[in-house]
Every structure is written in structure tokens, then in C-alpha cells.
Design a protein around this ligand. Structure first.
Ligand code: GLY
Length: 386
């Protein structure tokens, strides 16, 4: 059945042509006005993250998701070319500037590269560069030479001495950019070392990954392999697998090193051939939840995976057509059954993501980063169509 679905999508006409940009714009405007309204009484709230208890859940600028909403505005500008989106994107980006000095998280890549990174890419305004360079310096401050990895979290220090999560692969893009901009190889060396050690310690022989690996700073070696947001330590948490696929695809693009392409391809095979993928291809929140099929999906994982496959499928590899077809099929499936009907879901474009099931929040709900990677996938499809 799954093979048939992929085949149908393979022979289908261009996917991007079917993207209903007007309805996506209408949704994003709803979110924008809700944020502007909320900010008039709570200026500390900067970004819509999800829907919790039927209410728009807005976060402060230090939340790991704060860069996605400005990122969505930038991607809408890229998709439509309309100055309205550019102006709103710039406005929603600039108030994150001070985050460049925030050293309390590894998520500076998400926060600054989705906001300021897209701003620079789409405007070429050189005044944005020092902000990103400073963010890369702050992120590099979390790298430990002996362990050879960037520390992810400072919380849960009773359980983990030096936790590194698979999600951290996504933050490396900022470092690669910083080396190209400054000609300082150190950022790039940190990113490469981090990516190599993540292959070594996070990945299992089948191409799936642990979520959290914690290291002992005294020895520099891993001492615990756990999960935080997945079903179990040994399971394949869907979004974590998607972060890894995207992270190694990007790392290959930035380095040209075959070891990273091989890793991306291996993860790609694990995901597109997984026996517990449902017929419409949108993954369950964790591939190893024994209650499958009676468990929530995670559209954010599908969107991240789609965007990654739409890049991996452009590389010179035998599997390229298969990866490209699968990426397109994922987007078609999101468009067929997982979008918010216009004027619902408080302005989010997609629905049915799962943020943190074990903590019982953000389950089967709209989430901002699903929209971000869905829109990014549309920009990639737009380019492929051209
Ligand atoms: N990076 C956190 C998450 O994927 O939920």
C-alpha cells in the first residue's frame, strides 16, 4: 500500500502548484494580529508557539521556539514576494536581537538562524551579520573540547551531567554560516566535531537515534542514553529522527564530507522504509509506541522530514528520486488531511503535531515549528518547480 501511495505521488503533477498560498496567508495574518494584540498588554510575549487548552500559547523570547514565527513571516515573504510580509518579518525579528548573548541554551541556532538568518538571506542587509556572528560565538561557548560536543541543556542536572540531544544537529547551520562569514575556521570545526561525535554516540546500527546522550565531563565519554520526549530510551522518537535527517543533510551541504551524506542516507532509509509508517505517511509521534495505531501523529516530524528529503533528493545519489518523491508525498499528504481549515486553529497553518507527549502537553495540536518546516518545504518545491 505504502509503495502504491509513493508511486501515485511520483507521477502526480507538481506539488507546489497545489499549495493554497492565499489560505496560508490568511492563517498567518490571523496569528500575526493575535500576537500584536497580546503584545499590547504583555510586551514580553513575542511568539505564538502552539494551542494549549484551546488557547493561543505565546512564549517569551528565551523560549527555544521564539525564532520560528519570524521565520514563518520570512518564508511567506519568500513564497509571495509581498512587502507586507517582509515588513512584518523584520519587525518580528528585530526584538530577538539581544538573544545573541543568551548562553543558557543550545537552541540559539533555531532562535537566531530561523529569524535573523532568513532575514539576512532574503534582504542581504549587512547590518544583520554582526548579530548572527555574536550568536555563533555565544553558541560556541557551550562546546567542551574534551567531550567534543555542544552541551544542549542546563536543566535536569541531577539526571544528566552533560546532556546532548539529537535536536542539537539543527543548531550547527549557524556555525557553518559564521565560519564562511568571518573566515574563522573554529565555528566550522566545532560543528564538524559535534556532528561526528553524534554519529558515534547517538546512532544505533539500524539508523535510528537516541534522544539524549549524557556525557561524563571527567572522562569525556557517554554515561547515559535516554529519552526525554520519546516513548522510551530505546525507542525512535519521530521528531528526533527528523532532526537528525535534516541535520546531516545540512551538514553534508555545508562540508561536502561523504560521512555526513552516508549518515543522512542511512537515516533516510530508516524512515522511508519503516514498517510502522501509516499509509498516508505522516508518522506516529514515536515509531515504537506499542499502542500504534491508536496514538497521535506528529505533523512537525513529517514537515521536517519533507523539507530535509527535498534537499537530500537533490544530491547526486542513487536514492535521490526516491527521497524526492517521498518528500513530495509527505507535503501532499499534509495538504490533503493535516492543514487547519481557514479561520480555525488560531492562525496556525498545519494541525496534528505532537510536542511533548510524556509531559502531556502539545498533543495532536498545531505547533509553530511544523508550520515553519512546511513553509520551508514549499519554498524548496517552488525552486524545484522552476
Ligand atoms: N527541540 C525540542 C523539540 O523538538 O521538541
Amino acid at each position: 500500500m505504502k509503495k502504491l501511495v509513493v508511486l501515485l505521488f511520483l507521477i502526480a503533477p507538481q506539488v507546489f502548484a497545489q499549495a493554497d498560498l492565499a489560505s496560508h496567508e490568511a492563517q498567518l495574518k490571523t496569528a500575526l494580529f493575535a500576537v500584536e494584540n497580546a503584545r499590547s498588554s504583555r510586551p514580553d510575549l513575542c511568539s505564538p508557539r502552539s494551542v494549549r487548552a484551546d488557547t493561543l500559547f505565546l512564549v517569551k523570547d528565551r523560549d527555544w521556539t521564539s525564532g520560528f514565527f519570524p521565520g514563518n513571516l520570512w518564508l511567506m515573504y519568500e513564497l509571495t514576494g509581498k512587502d507586507f510580509w517582509k515588513d512584518k518579518a523584520l519587525e518580528n525579528t528585530m526584538h530577538l536581537e539581544h538573544i545573541k548573548n543568551y548562553g543558557g541554551t543550545h537552541d540559539l541556532g533555531f532562535m537566531m538562524y530561523c529569524s535573523f538568518g532568513n532575514a539576512l538571506r532574503l534582504t542581504n542587509d549587512a547590518s544583520l551579520k554582526p548579530v548572527l556572528v555574536q550568536a555563533a560565538k555565544t553558541l560556541s561557548g557551550r562546546f567542551d573540547e574534551k567531550i567534543g560536543l555542544i552541551r544542549s541543556w542546563d536543566h535536569n542536572s541531577n539526571s544528566w551531567k552533560y546532556p546532548v540531544i539529537i535536536d542539537n544537529m539543527m543548531n550547527l547551520e549557524l556555525l557553518f554560516w559564521a565560519s564562511k562569514e568571518t573566515n574563522d575556521p573554529q565555528f566550522r570545526e566545532i560543528a564538524i566535531t559535534h556532528a561526528q561525535n553524534t554519529i558515534k554516540h547517538h546512532y544505533r546500527p539500524d539508523g535510528s537515534s537516541f534522544h539524549v546522550v549524557s556525557y561524563d565531563p571527567a572522562t569525556g565519554l557517554p554515561e547515559k542514553k535516554n529519552t526525554h520526549q520519546g516513548f522510551s530510551d530505546a525507542s525512535a522518537w519521530a521528531r528526533g529522527q527528523a532532526w537528525g535527517l535534516y541535520g546531516y543533510t545540512m551538514t553534508y551541504r555545508e562540508t561536502g564530507q561523504k560521512e555526513f551524506l552516508d549518515q543522512a542516507v542511512k537515516i533516510g532509509h530508516f524512515l522511508i522504509n519503516h514498517p510502522r509508517t501509516p499509509a498516508d505517511l505522516i508518522p506516529y509521534w514515536d515509531y515504537d509506541d506499542p499502542a500504534i495505531p491508536h496514538v497521535p501523529r506528529d505533523v512537525s516530524a513529517a514537515a521536517i522530514m519533507a523539507s530535509a528529503l527535498l534537499e537530500l533528493g537533490t544530491f547526486d545519489i542513487p536514492e535521490a528520486p526516491q527521497f524526492l518523491a517521498y518528500g513530495k508525498a509527505l507535503i501532499k499528504s499534509i495538504q490533503a488531511s493535516y492543514l487547519s481549515p481557514v479561520s480555525t486553529n488560531l492562525g496556525f497553518i498545519t494541525d496534528h503535531s505532537t510536542g511533548h507527549l510524556p509531559a502531556k502537553h502539545e498533543i495532536d495540536t498545531p505547533i509553530v515549528y511544523a508550520d515553519y518546516y512546511y513553509l520551508e518545504a514549499l519554498t524548496r518545491l517552488q525552486k524545484l518547480d522552476k
